[in-house]
Design a protein around this ligand. Sequence first.
Ligand SMILES: Cc1cc2nc3c(=O)[nH]c(=O)nc-3n(C[C@H](O)[C@H](O)[C@H](O)COP(=O)(O)OP(=O)(O)OC[C@H]3O[C@@H](n4cnc5c(N)ncnc54)[C@H](O)[C@@H]3O)c2cc1C
Length: 390
Amino acid sequence: MTGRTEFDSIVLGLGGIGSATAYWLSRRAGQRVLGLERYELGHVRGESQDHSRIIRLSYHAPEYVRLAKRAYRSWSDVEADSGERLMLKTGGLDLGPRGGAIDLRTYADSMRACDVSFEELDAAEIRRRWPVWQIDDDVHGLFQSDGGIAMAARANAAHQRMAREHGATLKETAGITAIRASGDEFDVEAGGVHYRCGKLAIAAGPWSNGALGHFGLHLPLEVTKEQVTYFAPPDLAPFAPERFPVWIWMDDPCFYGFPVFGEAGPKVAQDAGGKPVDPDTRDFQPDPENAARVRAFLDRAMPSALGPPILTKTCLYTLTPDRDFVVDRVPGFPGAAVAIGAGHAFKFASVLGRIVAELLVDGQSESDLTLFSFDRPILKQHDPPRSYMV
Ligand SMILES: Cc1cc2nc3c(=O)[nH]c(=O)nc-3n(C[C@H](O)[C@H](O)[C@H](O)COP(=O)(O)OP(=O)(O)OC[C@H]3O[C@@H](n4cnc5c(N)ncnc54)[C@H](O)[C@@H]3O)c2cc1C
């Protein structure tokens, strides 16, 4: 335990993105980095736990495809540094009805623009490759072989372990209760201790507005309670990760799923199917209506994945109205930067931490952050239109 209270950089929040930020900062500034987490490391009240998150190059806009390419490189760097495997490639299948709510052509066009190879599959070919799909002939899909699993809990622990190995101090049960800017520095209070730093990274997930409130700022975020369910089908073999890809059903409602990984059955969920909650008072009870929608979808499209539920876990999304991230300097405070993930950021957690470190240490990032600007017009609206289907 260090007794020092002066640091170059402090990271607020050690979930997925904050742990990565502490890690990438520690590679630059070692012992001069402090990470502060309100709960215990690895807690399940936020957004970043569980065994798995989908990682993919397939995205609706070239900006995300380019960022995803850098995300894979960043995860590989962390794998090399930590000696741990953090990604599992299973291939990724995006599929849905032609003319559905999410247009697969934007995904295909974005991948083409970024030289990402993929296959276009019709319903017959999808059924031939993965006979568990019972889909109508109007369904089509895109298969991208780099898609797979980012091992969420393991990756967070690896970022934290390696940040400490590079010299950073990480403190749990040390919630930040006050931030005061004074000159070029910040006074930060956590657990009754006052710290000073020149650079401050905010990675507070569902509590982002609480943290931004210390700067007199507020964003129109919606925090929702989401859930995932692991099922125990009678035959697990078709869902083995060597045979079965991660998948996203591109329609409204949008569903997604994983091969067997971490628990003894495939995992399935609805994207953005949860209700708004307060992250401080939310409960951990699954929503039966959400569960019924997932079951009904599987009953129709993949009945052989159904079996008794092994467990359902709840988890929070922090949604911006346009579902784009916020990754930027805090307006008016060039020494502070913020990253908010909009419910699809785990695959980018490591690279977003790297980018926040770049913003704070170099003053700029090599990634294009235009889409993620804090100042974009929709974030200035008090009650903006919200569209979570992208
Ligand atoms: C069910 C579910 C499925 C998902 N699936 C995918 C997927 O397949 N692919 C994908 O890429 N993404 C996915 N996501 C989204 C992704 O997991 C999140 O975008 C990402 O984990 C966000 O990480 P975060 O660090 O911003 O938030 P969090 O992990 O919540 O971290 C924020 C941390 O800040 C701490 N904190 C807050 N305030 C303070 C304070 N004042 N002082 C100290 N600490 C504080 C909190 O305690 C918390 O630990 C999914 C999310 C959920 C919930």
